[in-house]
Design a binder for this molecule. Structure first.
Ligand SMILES: C[S@@+](CC[C@H](N)C(=O)[O-])C[C@H]1O[C@@H](n2cnc3c(N)ncnc32)[C@H](O)[C@@H]1O
Length: 372
């Protein structure tokens, strides 16, 4: 969306879905890091584009939502330390954010002593890493939400620094429109280079229009990989008007990846936001629901099997890492392929468990009807 000039603005369907996703994910992240035998002594939640903490209609902004997650379970912070580092470029919005955070914390009896909330006014690219260093936050896990308007405003160096801190993660709002539109202008190209950590993204200029978006998202995912996050997933959210927004999540944690996918699939489909798998060549758009359209997954699995046999566990892993689907979506798809005689399993008897080998039936060239 065009960047609003007023201190607050309307909360659109994307934003509501994004907030629901963030809340659901943090509800998993916070206890995973702070309880149990492997609990950390200290964690950090950071935002690089924190906003005013409230929307025009009174809806809470992302830092207020995050704080609510932490304060509802503040007993987990007992004897621990949590940093909340909030960076915002607009001083009026930052003032409003302080006031909204204050009001929200008051509902939970105030900010506990174990929590250090810091507000920093400035550009995320200049301010966030010094702020993390200053708070002593770079020795324990960080979750950084980098929610810009979608332009190339996030230097890849931020991700590089965060990726070096064990068990840290980033969730980035990534837009393609700006670079597709202005990628030929020298000054903007340089911003793109800083965001992607190199110039290879510039190849987008020579691609046909329909390939540009997918190319940029893939290039950005690869940049986050190169920055040090072994697992990067992206998904495209579409609202009723067909407007798109990409969320890109980078982590080194398998469990984090599973939790993010779970959060994503639970975001209320009634909100009129659907998802698209950026790697699906047909760009099928689908609602997240109990019985989702798994045709893109079916095709992805067939493609994977065309490279050679896989165990069911490997296919589940493949779905987790390479598609927008979750591991539990895989078994019904594999069952379908077995029933259709498109794939076969070894051994043929017993439960369809993770160790079963699945491979394509060589003589079966699946017809387009059975695939889609
Ligand atoms: C998409 S809004 C963030 C909304 C907020 N995360 C939420 O969900 O409630 C982007 C915010 O980043 C701020 N901003 C824009 N460019 C910035 C920059 N380079 N560094 C820090 N903040 C910036 C804007 O003033 C705006 O408040």
């Amino acid at each position: 969306m065009p960047a609003p000039q007023t201190p607050t603005w309307d909360c659109d369907p994307h934003t509501r879905a994004k907030h629901e996703l963030l809340q659901r994910y943090l509800e998993a992240w916070f206890p995973i890091l702070l309880q149990g035998p492997r609990a950390r002594q200290s964690v950090t939640y950071a935002e690089g584009f924190a906003g005013p903490g409230i929307y025009k209609g009174g809806e809470p902004g992302s830092p207020v939502i995050a704080l609510g997650v932490f304060l509802r379970r503040k007993q987990l912070l007992s004897g621990k330390r949590m940093n909340v580092i909030l960076v915002e470029g607009d001083s009026t919005r930052l003032q409003r954010l302080k006031s909204e955070i204050g009001k929200s914390a008051a509902q939970y009896g105030g900010v506990p002593e174990s929590m250090n909330i810091e507000y920093h006014n400035g550009r995320c690219g200049d301010v966030l890493i010094p702020a993390l260093n200053g708070a002593g936050a770079t020795t324990s896990p960080i979750f950084a939400f980098l929610d810009s308007w979608g332009g190339p405003d996030i230097p890849l160096d931020i991700a590089r620094v965060i990726a070096k801190v064990p068990s840290s993660e980033v969730l980035v709002t990534f837009g393609t429109r700006f670079l597709m539109q202005f990628g030929n202008i020298e000054a903007h190209q340089e911003k793109g280079d800083v965001a992607f950590g190199g110039t290879s993204w510039r190849k987008v200029r020579n691609l046909p229009s329909h390939q540009k978006k997918g190319y940029l998202v893939t290039a950005y995912r690869e940049s986050l990989n190169a920055a040090g996050f072994p697992y990067v997933i992206s998904f495209e959210m579409l609202d009723e008007g067909g407007h798109d927004l990409h969320l890109v999540y980078g982590t080194s944690s398998h469990k984090g990846l599973e939790k993010m996918k779970e959060a994503m699939w639970k975001v209320d489909p009634i909100r009129g936001v659907s998802y698209r798998d950026p790697r699906d060549p047909d760009q099928l758009q689908f609602e997240l629901k109990f019985d989702p359209d798994t045709r893109p997954l079916r095709r992805a699995i067939l493609e994977e099997l065309s490279k050679g046999e896989r165990t069911l566990a490997q296919l589940r892993e493949f779905a987790l890492l390479e598609t927008v689907y979750r591991p539990p979506h895989v078994t019904p798809v594999v069952r379908y392929l077995l029933e259709q005689g498109i794939a076969e399993r070894f051994p043929s008897g017993g439960q369809l468990s993770g160790d079963k080998i699945i491979r394509l039936v060589p003589e079966e060239a699946p017809s387009m009807d059975t695939l889609f």
